[in-house]
Design a protein around this ligand. Sequence first.
Ligand SMILES: Nc1nc2c(c(=O)[nH]1)N[C@H]1C(S)=C(S)[C@@H](COP(=O)(O)O)O[C@H]1N2
Ligand SMILES: [Mo]
Length: 396
Amino acid sequence: MSVKDEDRRRFLALGAGLLSTTACTTTKPASESGAHMRPHGLRSPHEKVARVIRELTASPGTGSSRTPLQHLYGTITPSDLHYERHHAGVPAIDPLQHELLVHGLVEQPLTFSMAALRRFPSVSRTCFLECSGNVIGDLRGNPPPTVQDSHGLLSCTEWTGVSLRMVLEEARLKPEAKWLIAEGADASRMARSIPVEKALDDALLVYGQNGEALRPEQGYPLRLILPGFEGNMNVKWLDRLLVTDQPAMSVKETANYTELLPSGKAEVLTFVMEARSVITSPSGGQQVLNGFNEITGLAWTGLGKITKVEVSTDNGKTWQVAALQEPILDKSVVRFRLPWEWKGEETIIQSRCTDESGYVQPSRDEFIALRGINAGYHYNGIKCWQVKADGHVVAV
Ligand SMILES: Nc1nc2c(c(=O)[nH]1)N[C@H]1C(S)=C(S)[C@@H](COP(=O)(O)O)O[C@H]1N2
Ligand SMILES: [Mo]
């Protein structure tokens, strides 16, 4: 009897034994013996794309994980690789118990079950989500080693849900309604102030993520999506919308993120993520090959569509227009590409984008001249990667 037969017999015996208890268990010997039985839905063990989970503070449940942008193709972030940012952990919510309360300055306060929300016409839309604290190490002069570390608080998803405008039309806003305080069901009861104009424009209440239900980490069973607005306003585990005539800024926990300007004044209500781009390959930790390399990366803007991405391979002396992958979607991530012949020279590669509002991504120096080095959020300076003479790429 061959070793293979032996393995198969061991597997069959094991499998038969297991059948009586858990019919669906895939036994370990199956994969070890090379049989094509592994739990479905797993990526190849050859692909090392794990997120890095980091505790940011001493309090339990707070922390973040980052999308491994250097390992991804196209524009959509696989749901299990979506970045995470939690202020108080991930609540376990039974969707049958979950309700959304809409009250305050409305003619008709209402609560919606998930089933009631699903009866509205469904909308699917692809857009990026980015934490406004992304890339902050680069502003401070401490660029981390990889693009996952520097830019990984960015993901792009096809969300499915209902138009917030439609839900608000049921409750009928009063004329003095100016703000919505959106609150989540996590322990921090994170609440953010949303201008009513955005709520009535393209805001969505989503329950779907890339073709399946939202992942718990992304706000299951219901989340607010405000295309193009900073990540923290996209409240997860949404269960309350309080309509008011002013933003909730007096209470520290409910204040939106603030910007510290060179004047020393704080700017509280900055919402839109301005245009930015980054080369994801070759990027920090990777290796450039002699001869042909494809430079590729991502560009995105909260102000509509990306119209142009330029790439420099000679430390900013000259710029070439990169090809953009169609379709170029509004407030979504665009993939750019440029073929490049590397002849062994030490150099710096970088990308800069322009959006349909005419806004051009600034250099780090231009950003600092405008907003100062203490800006806590919304850093969108041009990202530089240094290519060493041996082909190694390092963050600078
Ligand atoms: N309820 C609730 N919503 C939340 C948060 C949170 O901690 N609780 N974090 C916010 C922040 S700071 C960001 S950047 C995004 C992160 O969304 P993600 O974890 O799905 O990537 O959700 C926002 N919505
Ligand atoms: Mo965030």
